[in-house]
Design a protein around this ligand. Sequence first.
Ligand code: FMN
Length: 316
Amino acid sequence: MAVPLALAPMAGVSDLPYRLLARECGADITITEFTSSAGLSREVANSWLKLESDEREQPFIPQIFGGDVNEMVTTVEMLQGKADIIDLNFGCPAPKITKICAGAALMGQPDDLVAITEACINASDVPVTAKLRMGTGYMENNIAELAPRLEDAGVMRLCVHGRTLKQRYTGEADWGTIREVVEAVDIPVFANGDITDAQSAQACLEATQAAGLMIGRGAIGRPMIFNEIKSELGWCNSDAPWDSVDDFAIRSWCWNRYLELARETTGLQSKWLNRHAVAFTKGLPGAKNARKVIAKDRDTEAVASGIQNWLQEKSA
Ligand SMILES: Cc1cc2nc3c(=O)[nH]c(=O)nc-3n(C[C@H](O)[C@H](O)[C@H](O)COP(=O)(O)O)c2cc1C
């Protein structure tokens, strides 16, 4: 059975043009990278820049994090009229986040996590969703107990990454635990972790019975993954936006489209462009040479056209 596919929020990856591109490639849901409620509530310009959107991104789902309930509530209030849905991050394992007891560290303080969620929901006219891990890994996993509490608090949808905070990105995602969550609540649960192609998407769906799938690392440099999964699993009849089956040609289409979308929205920004340039060419024969343009030339237009020309030349 077809389920919605989401591009995972990824700091440094899921910028606005990339989210728009992922949608054109078949993603049904996109979410901004996590953004600090401390910064947003103090109107720090850089924080608000991370929450840029575009009318083509509907629903617009900013993801926020923080351990201070007042900052989280103020941010939720500031997002009214802008966000269609607000996603709360309780999954980030980065030490700079967990040391302020935000992100996945809050899973070790479940009462605080629920209190923050309740306060955000009370302050919001738009639905609130939450993204979590299985637990901290320093105590027994608690996602299956927490999920019903979040459902009672009024969370619209949960996304569970099948790892603990302690695991960060090591080991295998535990889809069995995600299934326990699916069975513990009536709200939709998205499964996340280790979906990299149609086979793993199908296997994850069967193992978890989730209402949707979220894809992170498998979509870095490979926005076409959404279309691949849908067409390989027979989920849609809609044609791919590219008209080739050649890997280079598809990547070339995606890269060109990323550049167009970036020019239309945020402009070409080297911090994103360079990372995408590496990711879009990863694993391709001769990519090392193509990437020299990034090191040699810091000019974004040169990087954009260097990769563009290389992919085009190699296309069948
Ligand atoms: C580079 C990178 C940045 C990430 N940034 C975020 C983030 O901002 N917010 C979040 O909830 N998760 C973030 N994550 C976690 C992903 O959303 C996802 O949960 C994780 O990668 C597992 O899914 P995957 O196996 O499909 O990659 C990030 C992951 C990566 C690799």
